[in-house]
Ligand binder design. Structure first.
Ligand code: UDP
Ligand code: MG
Length: 335
């Protein structure tokens, strides 16, 4: 009756986006499978191959032959983690769904704790990093700055030091599926759906092997995504900046006219002129840039392209029939 019991009638889906993770994926699967073996729930593991160029897909196929809980979604190219997760959420049939990184920075052993909180009635259980040890000061500083700015600008508060590692109840997953925007800032979307949320503290491990796929340029893009998809404050800031400079320019103009009337006008003032021109030019370019960020996003949004494309999909044997029912129910998973 209660959809939150942890018995074999209920399903736990674990979503793992993977991109070139041949060096860690076997270790992850071993640890994850061990955790799931210890649960009484039926489970499925959905690996989303995000256009890996190494042997990741072959390794995943190997898992599938040995483990009937494994499901593979093979994206047609690299779409990025946010979209890989979206593909996973679209296909998960669990009563509870866990999103986890492939690189073992998120310990799978914490899943039972998350399930406990879920059974106590929380719809979203997110894992909050106790510390950011092992990261460079620059990364920590930029992350801190980003959360501060987001907190000030955004309409929904986004919890700090929280990654994508979390458990979602089915209804939160269904809500997320309805958000089909192209510019996906998943942390914001997770917060946007609301429902009862619970934070659990954990120590984030170092990457087990391989390299992080995030460089500063991608982080910058992600931050812009986060800010522009949840707030129009930069636009207001641009107008405010315009208003302030215009007011300043007005008084400066009055001062110049008076000065000329009182003391005449020997040709002078090249430095002032340059400063004013450059300053105004700068303000204008910044404002146009801000406008452009929003306009560009609107442009992408109006195309209404599918968010991702699948090259192939292999369902889990344990949960196959449920998947099929679901497909019939909403054939629009990737529409
Ligand atoms: N990932 C992905 N597509 C990408 C980049 C990353 O699916 O384009 C996956 C990656 O395989 C891993 C997770 O997203 O499972 C987190 O990536 P990473 O460890 O590089 O990020 P970080 O932990 O440094 O934030
Ligand atoms: Mg990582």
């Amino acid at each position: 009756m209660d959809h939150r019991s942890a018995d074999s009638d209920h399903i736990l889906s674990v979503i793992v986006p993977v991109y070139n993770e041949e060096s860690v994926i076997s270790e992850l699967h071993k640890r994850l499978a061990k955790v799931l073996d210890g649960l009484s729930m039926t489970s499925e593991i959905i690996y989303i191959n995000d256009g890996s160029t190494d042997t990741t897909l072959e390794i995943l196929n190997g898992f599938r032959e040995q483990d009937e809980r494994v499901c593979i979604l093979d994206l047609s190219r690299n779409f990025g983690k946010e979209l890989a997760m979206t593909a996973g959420l679209d296909h998960a049939c669990g009563d509870a769904v866990v999103v986890i990184d492939a690189d073992l920075q998120d310990p799978p052993e914490l899943i039972p704790d998350m399930l406990n909180e879920w059974q106590r009635g929380y719809d979203v259980v997110y894992m909050q990093r106790r510390s950011r040890q092992g990261e460079t000061w620059l990364k920590r500083f930029t992350a801190y700055g980003f959360y501060k700015v987001m907190g000030k600008l955004g309409t929904v508060p986004i919890p700090e030091n929280v990654g994508d590692f979390r458990l979602l109840d089915r209804r939160a997953v269904l809500a997320l599926r309805r958000l089909r925007e192209e510019n996906r800032f998943m942390k914001g979307l997770f917060a946007w759906v609301g429902y009862s949320q619970k934070a659990l503290l954990y120590d984030r491990d170092e990457r087990f092997a391989g390299e992080t796929k995030w460089n500063y340029l991608r982080l910058w893009t992600l931050s812009l995504e986060g800010i522009t998809s949840f707030s129009t404050a930069p636009l207001k800031m641009a107008s405010l900046m315009g208003l302030l400079t215009a007011t300043g320019a007005f008084f400066f103009g009055v001062w110049i006219v008076l000065k000329t009337l009182l003391w005449g006008d020997p040709v002078q003032g090249y430095p002032t002129m340059m400063v004013v021109i450059l300053f105004l030019g700068g303000v204008q370019l910044i404002s146009i840039g801000i406008l452009g960020e929003y306009l560009g996003r609107m442009f992408m949004e109006t195309k209404r392209r599918p968010l991702y494309l699948l090259k192939g999909q292999a369902l889990a044997k344990t949960t196959c029939s449920l998947h099929q029912q679901q497909e019939n129910h909403n054939g629009s998973a990737d529409a």
